[in-house]
Design a protein around this ligand. Structure first.
Ligand SMILES: *Cc1c(COP(=O)(O)O)cnc(C)c1O
Ligand code: SF4
Length: 449
């Protein structure tokens, strides 16, 4: 057992948050924002986030407060006022209707998640898996499709407000293992959500253990995407089945697999609590590796110093910096987005201030339809200022790491806004892609926590 006594995980939602001791610390305008915005976007927090992560002397600017609590600017100002007034009038029907209208305007289905990358087995769709890049299969266990708290920027928000049906998620590992047996090229399985570590250990084991079978020796790496390391580190220390979870990690490692916890750390504040550090020690003690990834987000981590602290503290505590992403085009995107040029400057400044041990990180990277696109620099070539880009991952593997160039645009915030540099009519990969040139704006793909 860890040093803390077990505290049961219990989330707060829009109504129960009013019973949290911290509610009293929130001025009226912030409380109103919780009431109004949570009708559109999901809200969930927990006592650990409230007690250990948010600095209540610094609200509303505290980065974890921004990460977890809705802000009025996350909605269009007119929508906010309309919804607030409907809420005051108490007409539930009209309110519900308007909520639908507002959600519809927030690009709730950027991922085309139910229609793209969904693999088939003997002519049938295999539920709960996505296969976009040859070597890695994503797996969505149905019991892992929620989180210990919700991030206000999350692109999975429609799922949490019940807009997306969760039938795509898998109730067991049978489909996955059958699919993997037919796909010897797959070396990695990434279990994702939501947050798979919302599951009790016994449930998680039912999904994980079949992957250790001798027929699946080609699956070398098992990754678990999780934000429990930040939002609920007690999961690894003092939850009733925390020790059992660590024993499960040890079994996976003992079976000869590389086990990676893809830890979503958005801000260094998540590494400061003693229990968060203890969680890292306990996880790495099992032989699992923790890697760190996050999008770069206005109001939360749009500051090189935040990244410098995150990466250097991470390395010191045993977590490996992995990806810096660009925020996706859904939900409250306009509140969080940064021009690509600015994201790149933040990355470069932070990267330049850390030792080589932190420079395992890559970014800023956009998960776009053709692949993960890295912004590699802003050079001037033959008198033209451009973005130097390359694929870190691509649907067509042979596109990876071939440099290409887009016209510099100081305002651009996403890949679909970029045009080829040097007056060229299209990007090099547009010839080769299925269907030709018009797919930049097509749906993205998803990875949850
Ligand atoms: C990011 C991602 C992966 C994993 O890519 P790595 O570069 O190996 O971390 C796998 N599948 C999808 C759909 C992804 O977006
Ligand atoms: S899926 Fe990840 S980003 Fe989204 S709310 Fe859960 S923890 Fe946050």
């Amino acid at each position: 057992m860890g040093e803390s006594s077990p505290v049961t995980y219990k989330p707060y939602n829009r109504s129960s948050i009013k019973r949290a001791p911290q509610w009293e610390l929130m001025p009226a305008d912030l409380r109103e924002a919780v009431d109004v915005v949570t009708h559109v976007l999901p809200f969930r927090t927990n006592q650990f986030v409230l007690d250990e992560l948010i600095d209540w002397d610094r609200i509303p600017d505290d980065p974890i407060f921004r990460l977890n609590f809705p802000h009025r600017d996350m909605l269009d100002p007119e929508d906010y006022v309309t919804l607030r007034d409907l809420l005051r009038d108490g007409d539930k029907k009209l309110l519900a209707k308007q909520v639908q209208v507002v959600r519809g305007r927030m690009n709730p289905h950027p991922a085309g998640q139910l229609t793209h990358n969904v693999p088939q087995l003997d002519g049938e769709v295999v539920p709960g898996i996505q296969h976009k890049y040859g070597e890695t299969v994503l797996f969505f266990p149905s019991a892992g499709q929620t989180c210990h708290a919700y991030c206000t920027f999350c692109f999975r928000w429609p799922q949490f407000v019940g807009e997306d049906d969760l039938h795509f998620a898998a109730r067991d590992a049978e489909g996955l293992t059958a699919y993997l047996k037919q796909h010897p090229e797959v070396t990695d399985v990434l279990i994702t959500g939501g947050d798979p570590l919302i599951m009790r250990t016994a449930t998680l084991a039912r999904y994980l253990e079949p992957l250790l079978a001798p027929e699946l020796a080609h699956v070398q790496n098992i990754r678990i995407g999780t934000k429990a390391v930040g939002y609920w580190p007690r999961r690894f220390v003092s939850d009733v089945d925390a020790d059992e979870l660590l024993r499960l990690f040890e079994r996976v490692v003992g079976a000869g697999k590389h086990l990676a916890l893809m830890g979503h750390y958005n801000h260094p504040a998540e590494l400061r609590p003693a229990i968060a550090q203890q969680a890292l020690r306990r996880i790495t003690g099992t032989g699992a590796v923790v890697r760190m990834q996050s999008p770069v987000l206005r109001h939360i981590n749009d500051d090189p110093e935040a990244w410098r602290e995150l990466w250097t503290q991470g390395v010191k505590l045993g977590a490996v910096p992995y990806y810096m992403f660009v925020e996706r085009d859904t939900g409250a995107r306009s509140y969080f987005e940064l021009p690509l040029a600015e994201a790149y400057e933040i990355f470069r400044t932070a990267y330049g201030s850390v030792s080589g041990l932190s420079r395992t990180v890559r970014g800023p990277s956009m998960s776009a339809f053709p692949g993960k696109v890295l912004i590699d620099g802003v050079p001037t070539i033959r008198g033209e200022k451009v973005f130097a880009l390359q694929f870190l991952q691509a649907r067509q593997g042979d596109l990876v790491r071939r440099p290409f160039y887009a016209k510099f645009d100081p305002e651009a915030t996403w890949f679909d806004q970029l045009v080829p540099a040097f007056g060229e009519p299209k990007f090099f990969f547009e010839d080769e892609a299925d269907g030709g040139g018009s797919f930049l704006g097509r749906p993205l793909d998803l990875v949850g926590a």
